[in-house]
Design a binder for this molecule. Structure first.
Ligand SMILES: *[C@@H]1O[C@H](CO)[C@@H](O)[C@H](O)[C@H]1NC(C)=O
Ligand SMILES: *[C@@H]1O[C@H](CO)[C@@H](O)[C@H](O)[C@H]1NC(C)=O
Ligand SMILES: *[C@@H]1O[C@H](CO)[C@@H](O)[C@H](O)[C@H]1NC(C)=O
Ligand SMILES: *[C@@H]1O[C@H](CO)[C@@H](O)[C@H](O)[C@H]1NC(C)=O
Ligand SMILES: *[C@@H]1O[C@H](CO)[C@@H](O)[C@H](O)[C@H]1NC(C)=O
Ligand SMILES: *[C@@H]1O[C@H](CO)[C@@H](O)[C@H](O)[C@H]1NC(C)=O
Length: 411
């Protein structure tokens, strides 16, 4: 595969995220009883939700008999999710386009690729037009065998979603491999391998915080890990915290509920974290800025720059800077007459359930005397962020770096 093609596919992955739109895959498939098992499993694996949130996609559906053959191997629900996510192409292929593929063959990225768990090219599907109008499909890691064929177009809502039926499931050793349940996920391993090693190492060195993350992996967890350069520059400030401040600080980067990127884009507002404990709020605000998702506290604002893992119930994202909780840090700029904090109803914080924490905490951190009540704004942001900004000039650089990293990883 050519590098340019890969780069294009990777860039398209960054662009496919999209907020709610008209279609409902469950309803679309309900009109077709021969696809009911497939439909049922899209719901069970929560893929239906992801499909409904996206546009420009193609679902390769298989009938009840083909689903029975898949299910006869007793795959876990996590494995089933990988297999089915390989059947969702992140591009629109109506019947017409399928039969008119330039040069007869195309590679399509899939939702399996987008989860971040598909190594190499295993998340891509090869579509090839054969002589006589036959169209074959195969997973790209499948040794070139394309033995599943186009049967018919089921539903087409150009160019939002196309549902087509294929003759049998796409075999893929990688997608079919037994998938570890979330409790077997090595979240620090995933972070270490993809740009958040300093944060992961710091977390591993703090058994209290690490335990809190582990306790929440099964029930749903979203992690926002600061990239290495930013976190490294922040270490002196981290080391300055008390023991309980360190633990709360590390827990502040986890949210006790699964959040896909599209969920983050559509649910703006306050979010509790693993560090939230009664009066110690340790929350932050999620806010969209166009296609960007930012996380804000009264001290600073950071941007989500990439997705390391998105496999319900766990998602891990990278952030460009170190988000600072107001419970532990003061805005560095001299504060003008304290403006009233924007009134946020407590209900808004109910978005995220409380973390399951067994222990109680003493008041954290040396700077926790009084939360710095400076208005949100650039001067405070910049001052508080000096060290991180020195080594990180902005999200775009990070995004490009991340694409490059992903590309190397794919090669
Ligand atoms: C999609 O349709 C199904 C069946 O009609 C319904 O149960 C479900 O709530 C719908 N989902 C959304 C997001 O509207
Ligand atoms: C199709 O094939 C032609 C000639 O081999 C080549 O120049 C062109 O780049 C190919 N197009 C695509 C989209 O691969
Ligand atoms: C798809 O697979 C066929 C058959 O193995 C191969 O000839 C073709 O080059 C592949 N297409 C792409 C775009 O990789
Ligand atoms: C595609 O989605 C958009 C909203 O994103 C909607 O306005 C449009 O009607 C949809 N098209 C079809 C054919 O359903
Ligand atoms: C998780 O990954 C880290 C870093 O790669 C490694 O040191 C650790 O042994 C792994 N833990 C498990 C339980 O595999
Ligand atoms: C550490 O704390 C001391 C006392 O509060 C302060 O003077 C110093 O600037 C802090 N160092 C860093 C790196 O934040």
């Amino acid at each position: 595969m050519q590098q340019r093609q890969q780069l294009f596919l990777i860039l398209s992955l960054f662009l496919v995220f999209q907020t709610s739109n008209g279609h409902n895959i469950t309803r679309l498939l309900a009109k077709h009883p021969s696809l009911s098992t497939f439909n049922h499993y899209l719901t069970l694996t929560h893929l239906a939700q992801e499909i409904n949130r996206r546009t420009t996609i193609t679902v390769l559906a298989i009938d009840n008999a083909a689903m029975s053959s898949l299910l006869s191997k007793n795959p876990s629900i996590y494995t089933m999710k990988n297999i089915l996510s390989l059947h969702v192409l992140l591009d629109y292929f109506g019947a017409k386009k399928l039969h008119q593929i330039t040069n007869g063959s195309a590679l399509a990225a899939t939702m399996f690729q987008a989860t971040g768990v598909a190594p190499g090219v295993s998340g891509f599907v090869n579509i090839t037009d054969f002589k006589g109008g036959k169209v074959g499909f195969g997973a790209e890691d499948n040794g070139g065998s394309l033995d599943s064929f186009f049967i018919k177009s089921v539903e087409e809502l150009p160019y939002n979603i196309s549902v087509i039926q294929i003759s049998k499931p796409l075999p893929s050793a990688v997608a079919e491999a037994p998938t570890p349940g979330p409790s077997e996920l090595n979240i620090t391993g995933i972070m270490s391998a993809h740009g958040c090693k300093v944060f992961a190492d710091t977390l591993l060195a703090n058994p209290g915080a690490m335990g809190t993350y582990e306790d929440n992996v099964n029930g749903g967890l979203a992690v926002f890990c600061p990239l290495d350069d930013a976190f490294k520059a922040f270490l002196p400030k981290f080391k300055n915290l008390t023991a309980s401040g360190k633990e709360s600080f590390l827990e502040f980067f986890g949210v006790p509920v699964y959040q896909s990127l599209s969920m983050l884009k559509s649910n703006n507002g306050l979010m509790n974290t693993l560090a939230t404990d009664g009066a110690s709020k340790f929350d932050f605000t999620v806010q969209n800025d166009g296609e960007e998702v930012t996380l804000k506290t009264k001290i600073n604002t950071v941007k989500i720059t990439g997705t390391l893992l998105d496999e319900q119930p766990v998602a891990i994202y990278t952030i460009d800077k170190v988000l600072m909780p107001r419970e532990l840090f003061k805005a560095a700029a001299p504060t003008p007459a304290p403006a009233p904090a924007p009134a946020l109803a407590p209900e808004e914080a109910a978005d995220a359930p409380k973390a399951s924490k067994s222990k109680s905490k003493s008041a954290p951190g040396p700077a926790s005397d009084s939360p710095a009540d400076s208005p949100d704004g650039d001067p405070a942001d910049q001052a508080a962020d000096e060290s991180a900004a020195a080594s990180f000039k902005g999200g775009r650089f990070v995004a490009v770096g991340l694409s490059f990293m992903l590309m190397l990883w794919l090669l």
